[in-house]
Design a protein around this ligand. Sequence first.
Ligand SMILES: *[C@@H]1O[C@H](CO)[C@@H](O)[C@H](O)[C@H]1NC(C)=O
Ligand SMILES: *[C@@H]1O[C@H](CO)[C@@H](O)[C@H](O)[C@H]1NC(C)=O
Ligand SMILES: *[C@@H]1O[C@H](CO)[C@@H](O)[C@H](O)[C@H]1NC(C)=O
Ligand SMILES: *[C@@H]1O[C@H](CO)[C@@H](O)[C@H](O)[C@H]1NC(C)=O
Ligand SMILES: *[C@@H]1O[C@H](CO)[C@@H](O)[C@H](O)[C@H]1NC(C)=O
Ligand SMILES: *[C@@H]1O[C@H](CO)[C@@H](O)[C@H](O)[C@H]1NC(C)=O
Length: 422
Amino acid sequence: MVEDLKRKLLIVLAVLLLLSSAQAGGTDRLAGHHCTDFQTANLLLGSKLKVQFLLFTSSSPSCGELILANDGIKNSSFNSSLETKIIIHGFRALGTKPSWVDGLVHAILHTTQVNVIAVDWVYGSTGAYPSAVENVTQLALSISQFISKLLALGVSGTSIHIIGVSLGAHVGGLVGHFHGGQLGRITDFGIRIPVGHIDYFVNGGKDQPGCPRFISAGYKYLICDHMRAVHLYVSALKHSCPMMAFPCASHQEFLNGHCLDCVDPFLFSCPRIGLLKQAGVNMRKLPKEVEVYLMTSPSAPFCTHHSLVEFHLQKKRNRVTSIEIAFFSNSTKDTVKITIPKQQEMGKRLLAHRVPLCQINSVTLKYLSKNHFWKKDESFIVGKFCAAPLPLDSNRTMSCLPWNLTLPTNMDISYELPIACA
Ligand SMILES: *[C@@H]1O[C@H](CO)[C@@H](O)[C@H](O)[C@H]1NC(C)=O
Ligand SMILES: *[C@@H]1O[C@H](CO)[C@@H](O)[C@H](O)[C@H]1NC(C)=O
Ligand SMILES: *[C@@H]1O[C@H](CO)[C@@H](O)[C@H](O)[C@H]1NC(C)=O
Ligand SMILES: *[C@@H]1O[C@H](CO)[C@@H](O)[C@H](O)[C@H]1NC(C)=O
Ligand SMILES: *[C@@H]1O[C@H](CO)[C@@H](O)[C@H](O)[C@H]1NC(C)=O
Ligand SMILES: *[C@@H]1O[C@H](CO)[C@@H](O)[C@H](O)[C@H]1NC(C)=O
């Protein structure tokens, strides 16, 4: 996903919304422990970093335990035999707690038994974006010191996983650097160029479906695409539908059906967004900057399944042929357009659908023809339709409807698509 010019607009907006409140983070009691929440910074007074490390565990996922400086970690519920997830937020225009933190903490603890540390640097992250950026190195150093204390307790570097969002992603990268690349895993959101071992480009990595396209939508327009990364991640943890991605040279190549499996470099395993070990892939050695692509739906749970759809014309045509394909399940309809170039026999495309292919009951095909008064198009086309779910197997097996489908102009023709769930 991207960090883009919208950020600049965001700063402007932040300045317009200078109605900040000043109060210390709330303290609460739960099951005999003190619960500490994120701080709230006053834009005008905040000047120090005031980093807080809040521990969340499976037994109290809603109650942050403040880890005090020095030996605080020893005197806490931190369990050094479990893995540790460290969450780092980004720029906070208004000096408030990020609304997604609780959801992410819960989703992680719902999935796996670990220590979750939420890093609250609300104070240093507020104000103008450039001053928050200036705080990044100092913040990375204090997180790094915190990690060193964990290592001193006997925690292994490989059991530490940093999850950084937006500006927090840059912090995550720096912390990893300070530890000489010895930490277990870093998951960061939000940059256009590939920088990881695996780089996920969701819906091409730019505009996200379901996000407003016009500035009139205000704050949502500025932040929706960028923050989608967190919502996807939380969805990937909460739902069983796999958010599987495929190595490819570009989004366009992916949409055009040129990247259909994960043989290279992942030996037939496809990477998945979420907490699976090594993203669920087999690797002989760590890959570098492998770009992987996937599509999502516009709203939660976002997950889609990808299928290759093909149409083979019985006779090549002297014109471009467009066919709209729709997959129907009991509750969903997902569509895509296949384009067959002039003088070619076959056209193909990826179709992203919200239920597995085996739950698709029927497919409709519609031959889209443009009739101009000076040049009439043919009134029907004849051909064959085939589909296969990604990743394709090594034999490239596709399921086809029987030959010689006749598609009249601009009319939906529906067929049953019987594919049993394995
Ligand atoms: C950290 O951020 C605060 C608040 O925006 C800013 O006033 C301060 O100058 C920054 N500190 C450093 C060391 O850059
Ligand atoms: C932390 O230390 C205090 C006093 O030293 C003790 O009362 C408390 O139970 C300790 N808390 C934990 C979680 O070990
Ligand atoms: C720490 O986690 C391990 C593994 O789940 C568990 O067996 C152990 O009881 C935990 N220790 C404490 C003090 O909760
Ligand atoms: C779809 O609806 C039919 C008829 O109501 C039902 O038998 C079938 O189980 C449903 N399929 C799914 C996947 O829900
Ligand atoms: C591929 O085809 C071969 C020969 O027909 C068959 O033995 C094998 O099981 C097929 N593999 C898959 C993954 O379908
Ligand atoms: C499809 O149509 C062609 C030409 O009309 C014919 O030769 C062929 O047998 C048909 N195939 C099937 C499976 O009906």
